[in-house]
Design a protein around this ligand. Structure first.
Ligand code: ATP
Length: 442
């Protein structure tokens, strides 16, 4: 029986991601750009699968609509939301080595974590994390706009449009996936904290007074979503925000945390945001955003909001960390790195491997690839020994490999090999689709 170990250090994952084409450093040939990353061919497939799964779980139901708002928004949006005045992190510099830190993340009484000198920190300053840019040709302050630091505001400002066009009654939600930008003081840990990232957010509009009930429902729903992606329950926990640490707009908040190799870290925030955002926008835009509750004597009020906000990139990092296993680590001849990704999320669903590049085997393999490609992302691979090809597909998480050998010419069958168990079995070419559907459940 093989002995299995988990991912021990982030650098092993970073190296696999680069070696196998999941994630590259941005602008690498120029030396890279700090904490910006590009998703390579396998990474982009994984990301699309994660987004697709989230999107369907959120919007393929009868109470949530989707939206795709512009990244650039009216500057008053960010004044109303509080981001212009308060989206700050407390920052200190080390006067000695010039390193910059988030004051809430280090012990200011201790020595500088970079240069080891004591008593070198500057006073704490507020650092606004929004990226500014100019809209239009004239560089004056009237044209200053921001890259959005969260997708949520694109949902709040569309509340009246969506409620009326989709004839929605409370409770209902609006979901969105999109890029967000934050000029983080201390980004790092691979794709855990970056300056450009993607969020998957949903705002659920409810009647004031029902927030406890819906907070509980959404906590359960979101927890189960992570489990359904194959993340091990013992690697997840809720972390409730104590009442004295709540953001000014929230009356309750919890994080879903994952145990990364760097320790526990937030993957998703679930917040009870009261009517703060709609109230602020109503005041700043001067328009009536009240909801008329026909089920309650046409009472008018601003709905409360439960928000679920999950980072797409952090989810991907958690999925990769969780799926990364090493078998027989202390035995170099039998060591195997396997990415045990959920088949639905795996970038490539099946590898089609002709044993050799001649004798009619490639033709059979090509026909299978053409047939499966109508529904699945599959890969034709004839490079190197069959053992090496299996190892590569183990490392990128391909759930099934099928090998076409000389027997296939006679028995119209191929050998299926399961990524996790490595068990092999003959499957008739006519039933490949059925077997894939059953095994991958997709
Ligand atoms: P943190 O405390 O880690 O800075 P946050 O509480 O500011 O995160 P939210 O504003 O609640 O995060 O954003 C929701 C989600 O967006 C987070 O749970 C995380 O998954 C993701 N996220 C936030 N900031 C970043 C970042 N700089 N890089 C990657 N993902 C991020």
């Amino acid at each position: 029986m093989s002995v299995e170990t988990n991912l021990e250090s982030m650098s092993d994952l970073v190296s696999l991601c680069k070696r196998r084409g999941f994630i590259f450093q941005s602008s690498e040939i120029y030396g890279g750009l700090g904490s910006c990353w590009d998703y390579g061919p396998l990474g982009v497939e994984l990301k699309l699968n994660v987004k697709d799964k989230w999107w369907k779980s959120m919007t393929y139901r009868d109470d949530i609509d989707g939206v795709d708002a512009a990244i650039m928004m009216h500057p008053l949006v960010w004044k109303a939301s509080g981001h212009v005045d308060a989206f700050n992190d407390p920052m200190v510099d080390c006067k000695e080595c010039k390193s910059r830190f988030r004051a809430d993340m280090i012990d200011l009484k201790a020595a500088c974590p970079e240069c080891g000198k004591s008593g070198t920190f500057t006073d704490i300053r507020a650092f606004n994390m929004m990226f500014k840019t100019q809209m239009g040709a004239v560089e004056d302050s009237a044209s200053t706009i921001y890259l959005r630091p969260e997708t949520a505001q694109g949902i709040f400002v569309n509340f009246p449009n969506i409620q009326s066009t989709m004839r929605r009654k409370l409770p209902f939600g609006i979901a969105q996936i999109g890029k967000a930008f934050r000029n983080e003081i201390t980004p790092g840990n691979f794709i855990f904290r970056t300056r450009e990232f993607e969020q998957m957010e949903m705002q659920y509009f409810i009647k004031p007074g029902t927030q406890r009930e819906f907070m509980a429902k959404w906590k359960e729903t979101r927890w189960n979503w992570h489990l359904a992606n194959g993340i091990r329950a013992e690697k997840l926990k809720f972390s409730d925000h104590p009442s004295d640490k709540l953001a000014h707009y929230a009356d309750a908040a919890t994080d879903i945390e994952y145990e990364f190799p760097i320790g526990w870290g937030e993957m998703e925030g679930i917040h009870s945001r009261t009517d703060f955002d709609l109230k602020q926008h109503q005041e700043y835009c001067g328009k009536n955003l009240l909801y008329v509750d026909q089920a309650d004597g046409n009472k008018k009020y601003l709905p409360f909001v439960i928000e679920t906000s999950v980072g797409c990139d952090r989810t991907i990092l958690a999925l990769l960390c969780d799926a990364y296993r090493v078998e027989n680590k202390s035995d170099p001849d039998n060591e195997r790195v396997v990415l045990k990704l959920h088949p639905k999320l795996a970038p490539i669903k099946a590898a089609i491997l002709p044993l050799v590049k001649k004798g009619g085997l490639p033709e059979i393999a090509e026909k299978i690839v053409a047939d499966l490609s109508e529904n699945y992302k599959v890969e034709y691979d004839d490079a190197g020994s069959i053992g090496k090809r299996y190892r590569r597909h183990d490392e990128i998480g391909t759930p099934l490999c099928m090998t076409i050998d000389f027997e296939s010419l006679n028995d119209n069958s191929v050998t299926f090999r399961d990524r996790d168990t490595m068990v092999q079995e003959r499957v008739s070419i006519d039933s490949i689709r059925q077997v894939i559907r059953d095994r991958l459940k997709c």
